[in-house]
Ligand binder design. Sequence first.
Ligand code: P5A
Length: 450
Amino acid sequence: MRLSRYFLPVLKETPSEAQIVSHRYMLRAGMIKQQSAGIYSWLPLGFKVLRKIENIVHEEQMRAGHIPMQMPTIQSADLWRESNRYDGYGEEMLRMQDRHGRDMLFSPTAEEMVTDIFRAHVNSYKDLPLTLYQIQWKFRDEIRPRFGVMRGREFYMKDGYNFDLTKEDALHAYNRHLVSYLRTYERMGLQAIPMRADSGPIGGDYTHEFLVLAETGESEVFYDSEVTDLTFGDRDIDYDNVAQCQGVMDEFTARYARTDETHDAEAFDEVPEDRRRIARGIEVGQIFYFGTTYSDKLGATVVDKDQKQVSVHMGSHGIGVSRLLGAIIEASHDDKGIIWPEGVTPFHCGIVNLKQGDEEADAACEALYDQLTNAGLEPLYDDRNERAGGKFATMDLIGLPWRITVGPRGLKNGVVELTCRRTGENEELTPEAAVAKVVEIFKPHHVRGL
Ligand code: P5A
C-alpha cells in the first residue's frame, strides 16, 4: 500500500476521552472511530489488524478440529425463553420488536441458537464429538462501556460450542480449547494465563478465564509467579490425544492463578511468599463446561449405543477478538506509539523515502516495494511529500515492527537502513539483503487466508 493512496486519518492531539494507552493509540493511529458509546467503526488500519487476529483464531480453531459457521446477530426471544435466560439476562440484553410485534434481540452469545441447530440436525451419538464455532459481532448493553474496544457494547467474539456424549468427552473438549487458546494467544505475541474464574450468566461450575497481565486490566488477579514462566512454544500437539491435552492443561493450571471472584486467601497463603503476586489483568477469553444445562432445557438429545435418548454434554468457549487489539497494544507499546508483534501487524514493513521526488530514491523505494510484495508481504510505502521527521513519527505511531529507510546518501554507498521498531536498532544493508532479512523474519508468522 502507498500511504498517499491509503486512508489513515492519524490524529496529532491526544484525544481527551481516552483514559488508557491502547485507546489513545487506536484513536491517534486512525484505527477506530467511536460512533456511539461502546460502538465503533473499524477504519482501514484497525480493520486490518482485526482481520489478522481473526485469521489466527480461525487457523488455530480449525487446527483443533473445530468447524467454522455463522449464526445471525438478531435472534428470536422465544429461543431464550426456552432456556429461561430471556428475563434473567437483564439490562445487558438489547431487545427489540420486529414489525409484527415479535420479540427479538441482538445476540450477546449463542448457546441457545447453536443448541437449536444441533437439535434440528443431530440424532445419533455417531455424529459426536462435534464442535461448532463462529466469529461474529455481539451486543451487550454494558452499564459502563469504556477503554475503547476493551469494553465495548458491540464487540467481535469467537464463540465455540462443543457437543459430546459423555462428561469425559466434554472435558477433553474443554482441555482441547485450553490448549488451542494458549497457542492462539502466543501467536499474537501475548502471554495469556488461564485462571480459575466465575461462570456468570453463562452458567456451569467449571470455567477458566485467560488473562493478559496489564496495569490497566479490569480484573484483579492473584497468582504464583511461576505461571509466567510457562510458554506454549513449538509443541507438536495431537488434539485427539486425550492424555496429551490433559497434560498441557495440568501443566498450565497446577499453580495458583485465580481472578478475584474465585480467590481463596488460605490457598494463596500456601504459595511461597516471594512468588505471590497480586496484579491486574485483561480477560481475553473464557472457557466453560456446563454439562447438560442447555441440552436438557432445549431437548438436545442423541440416541446412545443402547438406543437410549440422552442429553448431550456441552461447553462454550469465547475469545474477545476485538478486545485483543487493546490487550496487544497495552502489552506492546512505548511512548512513541504501538509496537505490533509480527503475527498481527497490519503491514509487515514500512518503507520511508527520505527524499520524495529524487529519482534514485524513488526508484529504490519502488523496487523494494515490488520485491517485498512479490515475496508475499505487505509493505506500507510512505511516498508522501513530507518531512522525514513526520514520516518517522507516523511509522512509530502505527507500530510497524520493521522499517526500511531510503535516502540519496545511503544509496550512493549502495545501502538502505533497516530499523527494528521494538529495539530501535539500525542496520545498513544492501536493498536485497534488507528484503531477504524481512522475508526471513516473517516466515514463521505467515497467516494463511481462509
Ligand atoms: C463463551 C462463548 C461467553 O460469552 N458464550 C459463548 C461464552 N463468554 S464471555 O466470557 O462472556 O465472553 C467471551 C469473551 O468475550 C470478550 N468480551 C468482551 N469484549 C469486548 N467488550 C465486551 N463488552 C466484552 N464482553 C466479553 C472477553 O474477552 C471474554 O472473555
